[in-house]
Design a protein around this ligand. Sequence first.
Ligand code: ADP
Length: 420
Amino acid sequence: MLLGAIADDLTGATDLALTLSREGMRTVQVVGVPDQNLNLGGADAVVIALKSRTIPAEDAVNQSVSAARYLLEHGAQQLFFKYCSTFDSTTDGNIGPVADALLDLLGTKIAFVCPAFPTNGRTVYNGHLFVGQSLLSESPMKDHPLTPMRDPNLLRVLQSQSTSKIGLVPFTSVEAGETSIRYAAEGLAKEGVRLAVVDAISDRHLRAIGHAASEMKLVTGGSGVALGLPDNFRRSGKLADTTISLFAPPAGRGVMFAGSCSAATRRQTSAAIAAGTPTLKVDPFEISTGKVSANDVVSWVRALPSHQIPLIYSSADPAEVQSAQEQLGRERAGTIIEMFLGQVARELRNEGFDRFVVAGGETSGAVVHALGVEAIAIGPEIDPGVPWTVSIDQGTPVALALKSGNFGADDFFAKAWRSI
Ligand code: ADP
């Protein structure tokens, strides 16, 4: 293993695994810290997907450190800590505390912090995160059900979570390229900065940042900043030029789930309804009172003609989400939906469904957990950051397309089935 990565959610892990495999690394994604018996198949890069974005900071640190230990024990020469390109975090973390703990574990001085993903409209300038043309705090992320982001200044957000000194590698250094970024990072490290936010508004910047990080033991960021990392291993002769695809999907019945309430997923859900997709909306309150059960949903799916691919969704607008959260509590509303969709997925799996599309990071985590999938290989890309994947563990294979809520074009759900 050359590169070991820890991702704070499942769709983020997939997004990163896609970037690494596209850049020529044989990449395996595992769900949770694997036991020692998992066969990594000689992977160049291993991405461990945690579900640690919104859990208590101490638990996120413990899980991330044990993932890091596993990766280091299996030969990782560099670690990557992957979080969302919209820097999704709670008031207590978990990006800052996890980055601090990984720096301590590795005994290293400084790491980059760069969530930029220009292909999906996330850019960092003067330490401020933009989503499209809006500041993060004016984007739909301000209303996220679990991690509302109301401050676009990454240095301030990170400083509120971390005990490390925070600094900035400014745009002028990034624009000047790899050497100048290295020089800026060295200067910051001399001042005692441990976490250096790096400006970036294009893939060219991300590649330069990745190359500048070749000697760093830890890099943190969105999947974008990993663009230049595989090339570092190739330059040093450690990575071969050829890759083998591990993707061989099953071809049974398909079903789609959407638990994300992001603006993009709501547009995609509307587009699917408009296109005549059979859809069923589930509501956390109705689930909590027993008005609707997983069995009801499974029966509804069973009654459909087998060529139709249904969408089961809980996606709701901010007002509906707020009302559900007032009745049930923020976390409970989320958990109710996640457990419910997971249960439906498991029951459909038992009925022979083996192709699943899931919208929402936490939701994907819940579905994959319910299906008992332990490791996946990356297949074709549907939209930027969202590939088809296939399980490669002991169980019979399932194909999974796991989409971070805000990703994908409006016709994502239709596109997914055209690309497999
Ligand atoms: P994203 O990728 O957009 O962040 P996630 O699945 O990670 O999507 O998070 C969405 C969260 O919102 C999940 O915890 C989900 O269970 C919760 N949720 C989904 N639908 C509703 C709803 N109608 N009311 C309240 N919470 C909801």
